[in-house]
Design a protein around this ligand. Structure first.
Ligand SMILES: *Cc1c(COP(=O)(O)O)cnc(C)c1O
Length: 245
């Protein structure tokens, strides 16, 4: 057992939630003939306390995602060292240095300027930073992410930066109460990954897509990383959620 760091949350059974999600991942893989280990479950722990993260680590979860640098900086040192961290939010240039220190992967890179800053900061700490490029698959004005055409236009320049490694693409499709509605966006992201691979002449291993409501469909469409928060941890406090989502 990891140390408990505060009040308990008896209403959430973390290991049961984790098992159910793993079963859904396995079932989705079987449906499309994929190996279960081809999908990484990223537990999105934003707004949840270290003790919940401890409970999930105890249950066998390894990868966690955070979307706020301040929160991650305070929280990560209080969590088990076995936990591995990926950044999944929108990054501002003044937070890049912290992000490079705290995280082993930065998802959500959405401009050449940020990619350059990541490369520069990584160089200063003698690191190479794996990144995923965020794509605005539905062209929503309210969302971050590259427009597909712009990504294809800038891809070679991104790829030439010395201290980043492009591992693939990520997207947050428009919210829909029916998971099936997200399928065309997942297909679009997969198609764009193929276009990028053709342009680069090299494979991109990762497709980060699918959240609590639709990760099964995302896996059927080729997701290699699913980012699951609510289905693992329960609801986030609504005030926090409004500020973040
Ligand atoms: C919050 C968040 C998630 C998890 O969303 P849930 O619906 O709670 O599973 C996934 N990806 C990103 C980028 C997020 O910000």
């Amino acid at each position: 057992m990891s140390p408990r760091l505060g009040g308990s949350f008896p209403s959430v059974n973390f290991s049961e939630n984790l098992n159910l999600i793993r079963q859904r991942i396995a079932a989705a893989c079987v449906r499309v003939g994929r190996a279960e280990h081809s999908v990484t479950l990223l537990a999105v722990s934003k707004s949840h306390p270290p003790e919940s993260i401890c409970a999930l680590v105890d249950a066998g979860q390894i990868f966690f995602g955070e979307n706020k640098i301040q929160e991650a900086k305070a929280k990560i040192p209080l969590c088990p060292s076995k936990a591995r961290w990926q950044f999944i939010g929108h990054l501002q240039s003044n937070k890049v240095r912290d992000a490079v220190e705290l995280f082993e992967m930065i998802q959500g890179v959405d401009s050449l300027a940020i990619a350059k800053e990541i490369s520069k900061r990584a160089e200063q700490t003698a690191k190479t930073m794996p990144i995923l490029i965020e794509v605005n698959v539905a062209g929503e004005g309210s969302k971050f992410g590259y427009a597909p055409e712009k990504l294809l236009a800038e891809l070679n320049e991104l790829n030439a930066l010395p201290r980043i490694e492009i591992h693939g693409l990520m997207a947050i499709p428009p919210y829909a109460p029916i998971a099936e509605k997200a399928r065309p966006y997942f297909q679009k992201l997969r198609g764009l990954k193929t276009d990028c691979e053709n342009l680069l002449g090299a494979p991109l291993p990762q497709l980060s897509m699918g959240m609590s409501g639709d990760f099964d469909v995302a896996i059927e469409e080729g997701a290699t990383i699913v980012r699951v928060g609510t289905a693992l941890f329960g609801e986030r406090f609504s005030a926090v959620r409004r500020a973040e989502d």
